[in-house]
Design a protein around this ligand. Structure first.
Ligand code: AMP
Length: 411
C-alpha cells in the first residue's frame, strides 16, 4: 500500500444489486464525513433487461448519472461501476485506493471483528450460507468479483453480526435442546451490528463520554428494524436472532411471534415452509397489518382517520415499548436511548409515541426538540429526563470504511 492510499471502496452486494461508496479516510478522520464521500452509487436489477446504474460523483460536485440497460451479472455490474469511477478520475486502479470493504451479513461466531479476506475466510463465509441463505451468497459473489478486478488489493469483510458476538450465552441461546441447537448452529446472532456499533459510539460522543462510560439502547428503525442493549460499548442483547425475523415489528417482517403459529399454518392452513417464510418475512409487519410499509404513508392515513393504519402503528409502538422496558431491565441503568435509520431518524411521531408514558423509566421527549429536522446527532429529551433520548443518524458505509481502513493501516 502506498503512503497516500487513503481511499476505501465500500461494497454492499445483494442478490440483484450492488450499492457502493468511495470514501477518503483522511477527510473522515478530520470529522468531515460529508467531504469524505467522493462517490456513491447503486446498480439494481442485475441480471434483468432493465438494470439501472445510478452514480453520483460527489467530489466532482457532479449530478447523478443514470444508465439503464441489461447488466448480466455482478461482474458486469462492478466493471460498470469501475468505469463510472474512472470517468471521474477515481478509478479502481488508482494508487490512492487502500482497500475494498465488503458488508457481509453473517459472520457466525467465528468472525468477531473485521477480517482481511483470504481463501480460508471466504470458505468460512461460504460455510455460513445455510444460516444466511439470502445474504451470504450475494456477498460472496461481490467479494470474488472485486478480487478478480483488483487481486493485489486488501479486501476486508465487515460482518453485520460481529458487534453482537459479545452477547452473553444467557442472551444468545434459545431455550431449546442444546444438542439440536449446536448441531445446526441455532442461536441468536443479531444483525445491523455495524449500525448499532456506529450509533452507540456516536451517542456516547454526543454525551461527551467514552463508549466505556455509558449504557445505550439503540433502536435501528428502518424497513428492517432491531434494538440493542449496549453496556459500556459492548452489545449485551439484541432483538434479531438466528435470522433478522425476530424482534421488533418491521416493514414487512412480523418480528416476535409464537413459533407455534408456524406449525398451525402448516397443519391447519396447509402452507409449506417456503410459503410461511414468505408470509412472515415479506408479507407481515406493517405491510401485513395495514397494506403499507412506509411510515410516511401510514402517518398520512392515520391523519385521514384510517383505523387499520392506526392499529398497525399502535402494534409497532407497543413492541418498541416492550423492548425499551426489557433492555432497561437488562442494562440496569440506561444513560441514553438512540433512534436511528429511516423511521428512527425521520418519524418524530414514532419517537414521541415510543417514549410516551415511560417517565418512570427516566425517559421523556421534548416536543419542540423532537420536531427539529436535522442530519446531525441531537438530543430530543428535556433537561430533567434521567435518560438522554437522542436521534443519531446511522452511517453504515462510513463505519465499514473506518473499520476496513483501521485494519489495513494497522499492519
Ligand atoms: P431504511 O431501511 O433505514 O432506509 O428506512 C426506510 C424506511 O424509513 C421507509 O420504509 C420509511 O418507512 C421510513 N422513512 C423514510 N423517511 C421517512 C420520513 N420522512 N418519515 C417517516 N418515515 C420515513
Amino acid at each position: 500500500m502506498t503512503a497516500n492510499a487513503t481511499r476505501v471502496l465500500v461494497l454492499n452486494s445483494g442478490s440483484s444489486s450492488v450499492k457502493y461508496q468511495l470514501l477518503d479516510m483522511e477527510k473522515a478522520a478530520d470529522g468531515d464525513s460529508a467531504g469524505a464521500r467522493l462517490a456513491v452509487g447503486l446498480v439494481e436489477r442485475i441480471g434483468e433487461g432493465t438494470s439501472r446504474l445510478a452514480h453520483t460523483p460527489l467530489a466532482a460536485g457532479g449530478a447523478t448519472r443514470e444508465t439503464t440497460g441489461p447488466i448480466a451479472d455482478h461482474q458486469a455490474a462492478l466493471k460498470a461501476v469501475a468505469d463510472e469511477l474512472a470517468a471521474d478520475g477515481l478509478g479502481l486502479d488508482s494508487p490512492e485506493l487502500a482497500a475494498i470493504g465488503h458488508r457481509v451479513v453473517h459472520g457466525g461466531l467465528k468472525f468477531t471483528a473485521p477480517t482481511v479476506i483470504d481463501a480460508a475466510v471466504l470458505k468460512e463465509i461460504e460455510r455460513l450460507v445455510p444460516v444466511a441463505p439470502l445474504h451470504n451468497p450475494a456477498n460472496i459473489i461481490g467479494i470474488r468479483t472485486a478480487q478478480a478486478l483488483r487481486p493485489d488489493l486488501p479486501q476486508v469483510a465487515v460482518f453485520d453480526t460481529a458487534f453482537h458476538t459479545t452477547m452473553p450465552e444467557s442472551a444468545a441461546r434459545y431455550a431449546i435442546d442444546v444438542e439440536t441447537a449446536d448441531a445446526h448452529r441455532i442461536r441468536r446472532y443479531g444483525f445491523h451490528g455495524t449500525s448499532h456499533a456506529y450509533v452507540s459510539r456516536r451517542t456516547a460522543e454526543l454525551l461527551g463520554k467514552a463508549p466505556e462510560e455509558v449504557n445505550v439502547i439503540v433502536l435501528h428503525l428502518g424497513n428492517g428494524a432491531s434494538a440493542s442493549a449496549v453496556r459500556g460499548g459492548r452489545c449485551v442483547d439484541t432483538s434479531m436472532g438466528l435470522t433478522p425475523l425476530e424482534g421488533l415489528v418491521m416493514g414487512t417482517r412480523s418480528g416476535d411471534i409464537d413459533p407455534a403459529v408456524t406449525f398451525h399454518l402448516k397443519r391447519v392452513a396447509g402452507m409449506s415452509a417456503d410459503e410461511i417464510d414468505e408470509l412472515l418475512n415479506k408479507k407481515s409487519g406493517l405491510l401485513g397489518l395495514c397494506g403499507d410499509n412506509d411510515m410516511r404513508e401510514i402517518r398520512r392515513r392515520i391523519d385521514e382517520g384510517d383505523e387499520r393504519a392506526a392499529l398497525a402503528f399502535d402494534i409497532y409502538i407497543h413492541r418498541l415499548k416492550k423492548y425499551l422496558g426489557a433492555y432497561t431491565a437488562v442494562l440496569g441503568k440506561v444513560d441514553a436511548v438512540a433512534f436511528t435509520a429511516g423511521v428512527g431518524e425521520n418519524a418524530a411521531p414514532v419517537r414521541a409515541a415510543a417514549v410516551a408514558g415511560l417517565e418512570e423509566l427516566g425517559m421523556a421527549v421534548d416536543a419542540s426538540l423532537n420536531a427539529v429536522r436535522s442530519d446531525e446527532p441531537r438530543l430530543i429529551s428535556p433537561d430533567y429526563a434521567r435518560v438522554a433520548v437522542a436521534v443519531v443518524p446511522t452511517d453504515e458505509e462510513l463505519e465499514i470504511a473506518r473499520q476496513t481502513y483501521a485494519l489495513v493501516t494497522a499492519s
